[in-house]
Write a protein that binds this ligand. Structure first.
Ligand code: SF4
Length: 223
């Protein structure tokens, strides 16, 4: 496990044995594997959107899945097993739609073809083997910017999922999530390119907060 996504992180650098929040290594590794699975889905969903294919089931799932990996939102290994399996099912479903539309499906990233193990122990081992945070990029500046983006995506997903529950959605949010998830896997990005995606995440986060506010006030009234 290596998790450094919140201010409680051990010694200010990262929880690597057990989370200061109580997160167990197994859960941290499953969270990393779920992000890997969602990134595989994003490759095809982003290509699908370039072909006019919008899959709302995949959009909502992506928000829910990313949200579940935020800090201490969900510590249930069985739930992560379900989500990882579903990420791969949706990846294959969207891939088939993209192929039928003549879109690109020959992605060579590991996430494009990853097969989940059939036990929680096996999945956790797959997640640990990713060394997810440390392998975001070889360059420490780019790795740092990618982490900034990654944690921004978790916040956007939380707001957007809550807004969706209250009947509010904006297609630009899922579209951005897919593009950003692909950017996390892209090698050779410049600092400027990473900063641009991170700034876009800030813009999309404001949009997510705006629709969540509309959902809250529309449902419960103005306080
Ligand atoms: S979310 Fe938990 S495991 Fe992750 S950095 Fe914070 S305290 Fe550590």
């Amino acid at each position: 496990m290596f998790c450094n996504q919140c201010e409680q992180t051990a010694q200010g650098t990262g929880c690597s044995k057990i989370g200061a929040c109580g997160k167990k290594p197994e859960v941290s590794d499953l969270q990393d594997l779920l992000m890997h699975g969602v990134q595989g889905l994003a490759l095809y969903a982003a290509e699908g959107r370039r072909r006019g294919i919008v899959d709302e089931e995949a959009d909502l799932f992506t928000m829910q899945a990313i949200f579940s990996t935020l800090t201490n939102v969900d510590f249930d290994p069985a739930r992560f097993q379900e989500l990882i399996k579903r990420a791969v099912e949706l990846r294959e479903s969207v891939k088939a739609k993209v192929a039928a539309a003549g879109g690109r499906t020959d992605f060579d990233q590991a996430a494009a073809t990853f097969t989940p193990a059939d036990s929680i122990d096996g999945l956790a081992a797959q997640g640990a083997a990713l060394d997810y945070i440390r392998t975001l990029d070889e360059d420490e500046n780019i790795r740092s910017l990618k982490q900034t983006l990654l944690y921004g995506l978790k916040g956007i997903a939380a707001y957007a999922d809550h807004a969706w529950i209250l009947g509010q959605k904006d297609d630009a949010i899922a579209g951005f999530l897919y593009e950003a998830l692909v950017a996390l896997m892209t090698t050779g990005l410049s600092v400027d390119a990473c900063v641009a995606v991170a700034l876009k995440a800030g813009e999309i986060n404001l949009l997510a907060m705006k629709i969540l506010d509309a959902g809250n006030t529309g449902t419960y009234g103005h306080p």
